[in-house]
Design a protein around this ligand. Sequence first.
Ligand SMILES: [Zn+2]
Ligand SMILES: [Zn+2]
Length: 118
Amino acid sequence: MSTFSGDHSFCPECGCVLPLPGLEETVTCPRCRFTVSIHEFADKAVTSSVVFNPLEASSFPKEEEEEAELKGPVIDRRCSRCNKEGMVYHTRQMRSADEGQTVFYTCIHCRFQEKEDS
Ligand SMILES: [Zn+2]
Ligand SMILES: [Zn+2]
């Protein structure tokens, strides 16, 4: 059971809670004296709905992840693919704590990735 009964309507002029309709066909706002037909706001209560536009949050560009690979200390390691020096050093904890860390080296020139288990 909801605590909001749906019996209350709000004044379209000032937003305050309107009194419950009595014998008369209109309800008068106690604050601004705005008068609403009880039939009118019964319709409004039914038709008022919020339309949601769900945002597509699942489409992350893959480039962002690749850029993250290049953040970190650059060491003088020679890339085994392009044979140039300069690779970004970063570690990644594996899922299991027993397996220890795996060290990744990403070439800053060709983005070739090597890994070494420590
Ligand atoms: Zn009002
Ligand atoms: Zn390379």
